[in-house]
Write a protein that binds this ligand. Sequence first.
Ligand code: GLU
Length: 445
Amino acid sequence: MSNVKVRFAPSPTGNLHVGNLRTALVNFLFARRHGGHFMLRIDDTDTDRSTAAFEESIRADLVWMGMQWDSEDRQSARLERYDAALQQLVADGRAYACYETPEELALKRKAQLSAGRPPVYDRAALNLTDERKAAFESEGRRPHWRFLLDNSEVAWTDMVRGDVSYHMSSLSDPVLFREDGRVIYTMASVVDDIDYAITHIIRGEDHVTNSAAQIQLFEALGATAPVMGHVALLAGADGEGLSKRLGSLSIGQLREDGTEAAALASLLARIGTSDPVVPCADMTTIIEGFDLSRFGRATAKFDPAELAQVNMRVIQQLGFAAVADRLAALDVGGGEAFWLAVRDNLEAVSEAEYWWQVCTAPLKPVIEAAEVTDAAAELLPAGDLGDVWGDWTKSVGAATGARGRGLFMPIRLALTGQARGPEIAPLLPFIGRERILARLRGETG
Ligand code: GLU
């Protein structure tokens, strides 16, 4: 057992979308690849926007993906810890009370920008006298608390981005607690990562600036920052940011559209890396093939058309046991033989129902070449339909002179009503002799 411990820390303020599911997956795969620990941390300090329903849906998505977590906690259960950490920072002179209202801060920023200066907080509150603070308090103002950044360069070796450095003079001292007493993520996350001994923080590159400030916060709290890795964000197939539609596409929606968890995992584990996407039907193979060092800085392209391709190739690998329950729920019969007959032609497992209907429910045939289908009706061998195809079509060909497409397509059109679909041979037993004969004769059957 290694000491690797990572966490996925969703805020339950919305459903997971592909971008944050990818962050979860990369953490999960990293933990499993290194025999480590994968923690689920619910970042629910934003009580206005967090809901139990979103949390449930996030958990359901993780379970569906096969990403079982080893432990969990929630930030709303740890508020006392964050208060204690703030007291420690205040005592050490690393956190200070500020009384500006949002309007006052906005005015400051505006003035800085129009003077051509970066809108960095001016630390005016550091100079407040005790009398001034008391005056604010008696006006009914409550302080918000900022972390006093050390005005130096923060550098780290990022698992994905390599050497990164940030000069803190370009950053405002981050707010740790709001005036209403609520902790801000920047603070809560660091306290949690310390208390839970997280060894690696892997998240999206939108957190790079946060990380720079948080590294100082780890140190101010007497800890060493975990190893950091910031994976590039997802872009659409055209390299632009994810479109609004894709960006908000929920995992529930993808699931309803027939996406297999393994297909999504196969794709998300590889986009943004220099390795090819390999459709894998089981997580173990995906774990074995995972290597965070293969992730690059270039934006990772998420292409729904590629997902559809990977999905089809994953479905082709699914054994009957993996789908039996779903087929039963759709009233698809035929057991393993039917599944094996159709799985190569499905964009979604649920489409098996469509082919089951084609085989077993009345259908209006399409007669393209009556001489071929009439001969086929006449020459259908007696006995088990499971292995008649070769001899049967040979004899129909001999009797009519039809070959290739001219032989097979009329039979396909008559038996299924359409030009494309699974191989006909293994479907014959499911259609059954009576229907086969009726359809070949042009009768609805
Ligand atoms: N709750 C944060 C988010 O969803 C977590 C970021 C982190 O991994 O630290 O962005």
